[in-house]
Write a protein that binds this ligand. Structure first.
Ligand code: MG
Ligand code: MG
Length: 282
């Protein structure tokens, strides 16, 4: 059964450190390039170059029917946007998702960036707040993994964090959590059991114990929770046209604690507000 196979050995956890760091480096390269006038295809190429230079390959290209290194989702697109001719504009909110496979092991991580726009401070503030709330909910979920006994506690923490934000002070909006798309186990494959819901569920879910590696990835909107898939058969956009944000890290629970594989500091900065200190994998 899945239940037995989802837990990795310490040696397998150590093997997942490098693909995590390569994934982080690819996103750093993209972050440095985001500006008005650049195309999403150019960002995709930069991420691929980092992976190939470090002897890794983009695991998104191993997904049947997908031919790119990243997914790049802009404004009302939340996830699974396809890089291409789209030119980024000042003020856009852009989510970039990618993963590296290195020596048979995978990383998976996503960030959201708001393209600066001096002419529209209100728009930028609203979108940065959405990104901050989404990112904060991810860290709340990761922090929960440090002490959780079951995976359900992670989704609980994510939903609680978002609900605690209440109504946006900037826009008066409340936030929605995508329900149809969830986090997942990760290891030899990018997508493995178990699912990691970003909300409360009736089931406690699988046991959280040393050897578990999860991609924790809340997808949050500045409005409703309903989405549809665009005509390209990939891009997931909000039905009400409100903005979306997506943040993701791959996280290992090991004998000493947790370590965020896709963060060079193991998640120290993001976890500090939650009183959790990550511990390197021995
Ligand atoms: Mg991802
Ligand atoms: Mg993922």
């Amino acid at each position: 059964m899945f239940r037995k196979s989802i837990y990795k050995t310490p040696a397998q956890l150590r093997a997942m450190v490098e693909p995590g760091l390569i994934t982080a480096a690819a996103l750093d390269a993209v972050r440095a390039l985001v500006r008005p006038g650049i195309t999403t295809a150019e960002l995709d190429a930069a991420a691929e170059r980092v992976m190939l230079d470090r002897g890794a390959e983009p695991n998104f290209k191993l997904v049947r029917g997908y031919h790119h290194t990243t997914c790049i989702s802009v404004n009302e697109q939340v996830v699974h946007g396809i890089p291409g001719d789209l030119v980024l504009q000042a003020g856009d909110i852009v989510s970039i998702d990618c993963g590296a496979q290195f020596q048979g092991w995978n990383g998976d991580s996503a960030i959201t960036i708001v393209v600066p726009d001096a002419a529209r401070p209100d728009l930028v503030a609203r979108r940065e707040e959405l990104s901050r709330v989404t990112q904060g909910s991810m860290w709340a979920g990761i922090a929960a993994m440090a002490t959780a006994s079951h995976i359900g506690e992670i989704g609980e923490a994510i939903q609680e964090y978002i609900e605690a934000q209440g109504v946006s002070e900037v826009s008066g909006e409340t936030y929605g959590i995508l329900r149809e798309y969830v986090g997942h186990g990760i290891g030899r494959k990018m997508h493995e059991a178990p699912s990691v819901f970003n909300y409360r569920t009736p089931d406690a879910g699988a046991e959280v114990r040393p050897g578990l590696v999860l991609a924790i990835e809340p997808m949050v909107t500045a409005g409703g929770e309903s989405t549809f898939v665009e005509d390209d058969d990939w891009t997931v956009s909000t039905t009400d046209g409100t903005d979306g944000s997506h943040w993701e890290h791959s996280v290992a629970r090991h004998a000493g604690g947790i370590w965020v594989l896709t963060a060079p500091d193991g998640g120290a900065a993001g976890l500090a507000p939650f009183g959790v200190t990550p511990v390197p994998i021995a």
